[in-house]
Design a protein around this ligand. Structure first.
Ligand code: OSB
Ligand code: MG
Length: 389
């Protein structure tokens, strides 16, 4: 870190400039405590990239939410590895960065690949917050000291198993239940949960498994007073969502569709959604997430924080971002124990009996990574440094 005077002004502003000395990239594999099934299929292990940025003895972590398969998004761990090593690292190594808001624009020449960009950008936010000695939530402008927590329950082998999963999560205190749906596992599943648990905060997520031709079928969900239906149609069908929303009472929430602030503007303008799920990996990091958050707030659209089965490192980032004021609904940000045992961090992230998660108050993401666990889970490693000139 170097200190220098900013442009002359009334106050003496000390500008912190950070030069990234090293980028460490790992591919990790961690077994999931329980399989997770969506309309895309079932997974038993989580495969993901971890980015560590280093600057003069300090470091920051970012977790990439790309997966092994190009199902949730076109990105995979292999595309993210390729893009980070070949295109993002050369643009950030050796660069003097005045603020993490400068990282996403530094990647402007690279089209798409938001998950790869976000992993690097979010590591820069963690690094900056640590250098300033502040919790990341403060650096992002967040206001909460705890966040409301909800859970996402995958497709189960039977309706009985679904009921017992919902029961377990309600007992743990979670403030809202989301169940994954797909054709053949939708109205009956919702019917079972409603009749067993009554008026709980309940929503569904289809991960794009329907088409507009299913509109009449989806309208049957209107009888169950759901908080929302998340991403019923294909990710690129913004107009279809607007037409569907005219036909159903249940509020439409978009996830996969909202891959940029500009797409969100269009979706809001044509009323394709009434609620937005924010995942920083999908939009290119914390900076873009803050812009999306502010855009939605200005249009009266509530947002909540999505999840991508992150380890404790990515989960901690999500907790800090969730402290911004328009995150007014419980997100898919839950306790470590639902996903990994052990997690990469110790202590793990826990949920209180009231269904809340405390925001870490130590510098940066504020969780302690366990280096041997990271090493044990590592399947591939690359350490990149600035090119010598
Ligand atoms: O659509 O929100 C989604 C997990 C992987 C990919 C996509 C999604 C999800 C979840 C789980 O719903 C959220 C979580 O518990 O992390
Ligand atoms: Mg979703």
């Amino acid at each position: 870190m170097r200190s220098g005077q900013a442009a002359p002004c009334l106050h003496a502003i000390i500008q912190i400039v950070v030069r990234i000395d090293r980028l460490e990239l790992r591919l990790l594999r961690l077994p999931l405590v329980r399989f997770f099934e969506t309309s895309f299929g079932r997974i038993d292990d989580k495969h993901f990239l971890l980015v560590k940025l280093e600057s003069e003895g300090q470091f920051g972590f970012g977790e990439c939410v790309a997966d092994h398969d190009p199902y949730y998004s076109a990105e995979t761990n292999e595309t993210a590895w390729h893009v980070i090593t070949g295109f993002l690292a050369p643009r950030i190594l050796g660069l003097d960065i005045a603020h993490p808001h400068d990282v996403f624009p530094a990647f402007r020449a690279i089209r798409g690949h938001n998950m790869a960009k976000a992993a690097v950008e979010m590591a820069a936010w963690d690094l900056f917050a640590r250098l300033q000695g502040l919790p990341l939530s403060r650096v992002l402008g967040g206001t909460r000291s705890e966040i409301p927590s909800g859970v996402s329950i995958g497709i189960q082998d039977s309706l009985d198993r679904l009921v017992s999963s919902v029961e377990r999560e309600l007992e743990a205190g979670y403030q809202r239940i989301k169940i994954k749906i797909k054709p053949g596992w939708d109205v009956e599943a919702v019917e079972r949960v409603r009749s067993r648990f009554g008026d709980i905060p309940l929503m569904v997520d289809a991960n794009g498994a329907y088409t507009l031709a299913d509109g009449t079928h989806l309208a049957r969900l209107d009888d169950y007073d759901l908080m929302m239906i998340e991403q019923p149609l294909e990710y690129d069908d913004i107009c279809g969502h607007a037409r569907l929303q005219e036909r159903i009472r249940t509020p439409v929430c978009l996830d996969e569709s909202i891959y940029s602030v500009r797409v969100a503007e269009e979706a809001i303008r044509i009323r394709a959604c009434r609620i937005v799920n924010i995942k920083p990996g999908r939009v290119g990091g914390h900076g873009q997430s803050m812009r999306l958050h502010d855009l939605c707030q200005a249009h009266g659209i509530p947002v909540w924080h999505g999840g991508m089965l992150e380890s404790g490192i990515g989960r901690a980032h999500n907790i800090h971002l969730s402290t911004l004021p328009n995150f007014s609904m419980p997100g898919d940000v839950a306790a470590s124990a639902r996903y990994f045992d052990p997690d990469l961090i110790d202590p793990p992230i826990e949920v209180s009996p009231r269904g809340t998660i405390a925001v870490p108050d130590r510098p940066g993401i504020g969780v302690a990574e366990m280096q041997e666990r990271i090493d044990d889970a590592t399947e591939r490693l690359a350490a990149l440094e600035p090119a010598r000139v």
